[in-house]
Ligand binder design. Structure first.
Ligand code: SF4
Ligand code: SF4
Length: 134
């Protein structure tokens, strides 16, 4: 029987190195993310934004520690079940459908990315993952 399971292992296997949780331009959080993460860590939304976010323009992003890591990184993501969409999608980002060369660029900082994969396979996988979020 055909399966619609997304098999990403041939494309990517996380090595838990934490590189993607360091030095981001900013991990944006939506109102829904703020509520979900606040509930998960047992605080309220207002305190969460004050203590765990910084502003990028007018939009809240997850704060970074002085060492450049996300405030929720501690050898692993401590909010894994409720982490923001950008973190959940990584490395299968929509920008790969615009230019698949981004895969190689991302692989420079993400040792879990396999670079010897056909572009069509990668694009199919990204499309499937994005469509499951709608
Ligand atoms: S950089 Fe890649 S391999 Fe390292 S933790 Fe992030 S996703 Fe996993
Ligand atoms: S929320 Fe988790 S996965 Fe996202 S940057 Fe922070 S530690 Fe990394």
């Amino acid at each position: 029987m055909p399966s619609d399971r997304i098999d990403t292992d041939a494309l990517f296997e996380c090595r838990m190195c934490g590189n993607c949780c360091k030095g981001y331009g900013g991990t944006y959080v939506t109102r829904e993310d703020i509520e979900a993460i606040s509930r998960y860590i047992g605080t309220d939304s207002r305190k969460f934004v004050a203590q765990y976010c910084q502003l990028s323009g007018k939009r809240p992003v997850l704060a970074q520690r002085p060492d450049g890591y996300c405030i929720f990184w501690d050898k692993l993501c401590t909010i894994h079940p409720v982490k923001p969409p950008m973190c959940r999608r990584w490395p299968f980002l929509g920008s790969l459908l615009v230019d698949s060369k981004n895969w190689q660029i991302m692989a420079d900082s993400c040792p879990g990315i396999h670079t010897d994969v056909p572009v069509r396979t990668l694009e199919k996988c990204v499309k499937k993952i994005l469509s499951k979020e709608r």
